[in-house]
Design a protein around this ligand. Sequence first.
Ligand SMILES: [Zn+2]
Length: 90
Amino acid sequence: MKITNVVETMVWEVMESMLDQQPDMCRCDCCRADMAAYALNRLSPHYAATKKGEVLIKAGSLDRGMNVALLVALTEAMEIVKANPRHEKE
Ligand SMILES: [Zn+2]
């Protein structure tokens, strides 16, 4: 049985829609991974063992408060990655 961090799934989803509104933000894999890692380190994980559990967590405990925390973490992540993009050094 594979377990999923529902917050991780949501971070990737929300990041995609935020990137749509940030045309000057780099979208390379390196920057995306950095943004996701930064945001996930600031958020509490919510693990689900099944697809059903994942849906329940998304619909229930991850309410508006969680969404706000997610947006705040991702906004910070974008600012930091934008200021210090790591792709150029490699
Ligand atoms: Zn990049």
